[in-house]
Structure formats: C-alpha cells, structure tokens
Design a protein around this ligand. Structure first.
Ligand SMILES: [Zn+2]
Length: 276
C-alpha cells in the first residue's frame, strides 16, 4: 500500500516538474493542429521580437554541423537554457549516419534553437571556385534548403564573412555576386562579429575569459555589424572533447553574469524576418 502511494506521489511530482520545465522554456509544442475550436499556432509561424533598449543581444552560432560535437553543443545550450543558431551543411548530414536525425532534432527545437543554411557542399573547400560561379553556388544553397528542410531563408556563406539584407550588401568582391543572388531570392545572409578561432586539431584558441573580453570590447567600442547586437561564430567540432565543451560552458557562464546580455536566435536579428 505504502509503495502504491509512493508511486502515485512520484508520478504527480514528475508531472509538476515536467510542466514546470515546459513552461520555463516557453515551449508551445505547436504543430499546426487544432485544439478543439482553437487553432494552435505552428511554431514556425515567425513572430517578431520586441527589443529591450536596456539589453544587448548575443547570437551564438555554430557552423558546419552535423559533425562530431554538434550534439554536445546542443545539449550544453539546452542545459544552460540559452538560445543558439546552427548553420548546417547538407552534405555533412548526408555523410553522417545520424546526420539527418541531428538536423531534425535541431530544427524541431525551434524557437530555442534555429536551423539555418550553410550550403550543401560547403564549396568542398574550394571557395574561390565556388564564388566565381554564383549561379551554381546559389543552386547549392537551394539544395541544402530543401534537403534539410531549413525553416527560414537564413544563410551563411562558407569560409567568408558577408552580410545581405533586403538590398544592403556587405561583402568582398568575391562573395558579392552570391550575396546578391541569395538576397534577391529572399535570403538573409548572416556574417559574424566575433569568432572563436580553432587550431589545426579543431580545438579552441582563445580561453573563455579572452573571448568574453572580446565580446565586451566589441559592444563597448561599437564594433558590431548592428549596434547592441553581436553575432559569435564558433564551430561544432571545436567542442567534441569534454574539456573543450567545458570551455564553452565557462564562456556562456561568464556572459550570463552580465544582466544586459540576452541570447537570441538569428531569425530575431534586426531586419531579419522568418521568411519560409
Ligand atoms: Zn563553414
């Protein structure tokens, strides 16, 4: 009898805790289905963000997944309850046995995480050739968009820092043509303000403290593409070793100590709309 009572009590506690987690994360579980007469909003129906003028917005982005390290980044951000964006590569998904599953996990975790387009082939490492043929480069992005079911038209160019938003292009001569093409096709091209560099063994170069100081300095000296908004570039594979994942956790921990900093996904970067 005592055991039955204990089981019921634990079950009830579990429900309360689970409900608490759901509410705290703001998950809606919207699938476009209807709940009685009331339509439930599809979670990919993009909602604008009302910016708080007292805050500074940080967009943590992970490039080149799915790779070793992607799930470590995903789990860590989940544990830390921060938002992040993953720019993924179609070919990496196709080549990795659990690639499509990882892509789906990230995509379906919106609005906490954003899946974005980092091309299909990643230029196969031959950037100059890739960008000198902007027409085929555009097809490469479209292929990635379709194959990974990327929810919004938000992309990052492989190996190059470039920005494009409804006619406003900031890019080198080499990447300007593809930035223009993607912009005309309704894409937002997102670059970065601060990069966490990696060495030949794909391990982080700056310490968490050094990188956090770079973030503070970029805000303080207005060295961001958009004032009060800062995009950080990192790569999933940098955090496949537990000690490096620990560095990522430390970095996030330092930033979280600043009450002005808010983590957001890149569909909420100024000027960007979640276009499908
Ligand atoms: Zn890349």
């Amino acid at each position: 009898m005592k055991r039955v009572f204990l089981a019921i009590a634990l079950l009830a506690m579990g429900c309360v805790v689970w409900q608490g987690c759901v509410n705290a994360r703001g998950d809606e579980g919207g699938t476009g289905e209807t709940e009685g007469d009331k339509p439930v909003r599809n979670k990919f129906d993009w909602q604008p963000l009302a910016y708080d003028s007292t805050k500074q917005y940080i967009y943590l982005s992970f490039d080149d997944g799915p790779q070793h390290g992607t799930l470590a980044c995903y789990e860590l951000c989940r544990r830390e309850r921060i938002k992040a964006s993953f720019f993924m590569v179609g070919l990496h998904s196709a080549m990795k046995s659990d690639g499509p599953k990882i892509v789906t996990t990230v995509r379906e975790s919106y609005p906490d995480f954003l899946l974005a387009n980092h091309s299909y082939s990643h230029a196969r490492g031959r950037y100059r050739d890739f960008y000198l043929h902007p027409g085929s480069a555009e097809l490469d992005f479209l292929k990635a968009q379709d194959s990974m079911h990327v929810p919004y038209r938000i992309a990052r160019l492989p190996g190059n820092n470039a920005w494009a938003e409804t006619g406003a292009i900031k890019a080198s001569w080499l990447t300007r043509p593809i930035a223009r093409l993607l912009d005309s096709a309704g894409y937002y091209v997102i670059g970065w303000d601060v990069e966490w560099h990696f060495n030949k063994r794909a391990r982080p170069v700056q310490t968490p403290g050094q990188l956090a100081a770079e973030v503070d300095s970029a805000f303080a000296n207005n060295r961001t593409h958009t004032p009060r908004h800062l995009v950080i570039l990192t790569h999933d594979r940098m955090f496949q070793h537990p000690s490096d994942a620990d560095s990522l956790a430390k970095f996030i921990g330092i930033l979280k100590q600043n009450p002005r900093y808010v983590f957001e996904t890149l569909d909420h970067y100024p000027g960007v709309r979640g276009r499908k």
